[in-house]
Design a protein around this ligand. Structure first.
Ligand code: ATP
Ligand code: ATP
Ligand code: MG
Ligand code: MG
Length: 245
């Protein structure tokens, strides 16, 4: 798994006036940049993203760069960053040009998960994190933007509160039912390659020509974008090919 995360995006999102708590254009830009990475690097079987981060899951038998960590993380993060910069004006509009002093940059890391179960735990953790942050941010920005509270007062109000308290503040003070918030905000984004007619045998069992053909199919495969739960078993039971590679 390789995860990229925006550097200093708290300030970066302020500098470019991201809509708070969730700028849909910025999320779309993240998703489209991740698709560029997925189209370029066919070993990616699934990607999950929210906020300023994206996790790319590589297939078990991946032999890209002989699995050398520095090669992998530098290639992923530079491909992602290049796409994000290139697609910026497409999604953020022409009135928000990037200036050289405040460029969007990303860091990245690689982690090897030793089993399917632990890989699933990792992805569940990221999706749970998305939910926790989104509930907090939705409540925080409701207090600031609709409740006219200062950021400091809003943060103080939310200190030591539980999920149910935040749901209650949203509902009783702002008439917001958190359950009705857009799924992309609550669940983040899952990207999957739709690869029905690809062999996906162990690369060692394929001839050079077969390998090239498979690679071509993978590059052309459609990338599906979902905003659904991946913590429960349903997601995985309905898509057994993900973990079977
Ligand atoms: P670091 O460099 O350590 O990652 P950071 O400032 O990027 O620091 P993160 O924990 O990665 O901190 O948080 C990213 C922040 O970027 C969010 O808390 C939020 O303020 C902002 N952000 C990211 N995406 C969006 C978006 N689509 N809409 C609004 N704000 C966003
Ligand atoms: P890898 O992905 O393994 O690095 P590569 O194709 O980038 O493969 P390098 O050994 O890095 O191989 O070589 C870079 C090549 O790029 C050079 O051999 C040259 O053909 C081309 N190149 C780089 N800079 C210039 C330049 N300024 N003018 C003309 N050609 C250049
Ligand atoms: Mg960040
Ligand atoms: Mg982040």
């Amino acid at each position: 798994m390789i995860r990229v995360d925006g550097r200093g995006f708290h300030r970066f999102s302020d500098r470019y006036n991201f809509e708070k708590p969730n700028d849909l254009r910025a999320l779309t830009l993240m998703n489209e940049s991740a698709k560029v990475v997925m189209r370029d690097i066919t070993d990616v079987i699934l990607a999950y993203g929210d906020s300023d981060e994206y996790s790319f899951v590589l297939r078990k038998q991946c032999q890209l760069f002989e699995r050398r960590e520095s090669k992998l993380i530098s290639t992923f993060v530079s491909t992602f960053t290049a796409a994000y910069n290139q697609l910026w004006s497409v999604h953020m509009g022409p009135d928000a040009p990037l200036d050289v002093g405040h460029m969007p940059t990303f860091d990245s890391r690689a982690v090897v998960y030793p089993s399917d179960k632990i890989l699933r735990d990792y992805l569940s953790w990221r999706q749970a994190d998305c939910h926790i942050n989104n509930l907090y941010n939705t409540t925080f920005w409701a207090l600031v933007l609709k409740g006219n509270q200062t950021r400091t007062a809003a943060a103080l109000r939310l200190k030591d509160t539980f999920s149910k308290d935040k749901n209650e503040i949203l509902f009783s003070e702002f008439g917001i039912n958190y359950n009705n918030e857009p799924e992309i905000f609550k669940k983040g984004t899952i990207l999957l390659r739709v690869t029905k007619d690809v062999t996906l045998k162990n690369p060692q069992d394929l001839s050079e020509r077969q390998l090239q053909r498979e690679e071509k199919k993978l590059k052309k495969a459609e990338i599906q974008q979902l905003h659904i739960d991946l913590i429960g078993d349903d997601f995985w039971n309905e898509r057994p090919w993900i973990l079977n590679n």
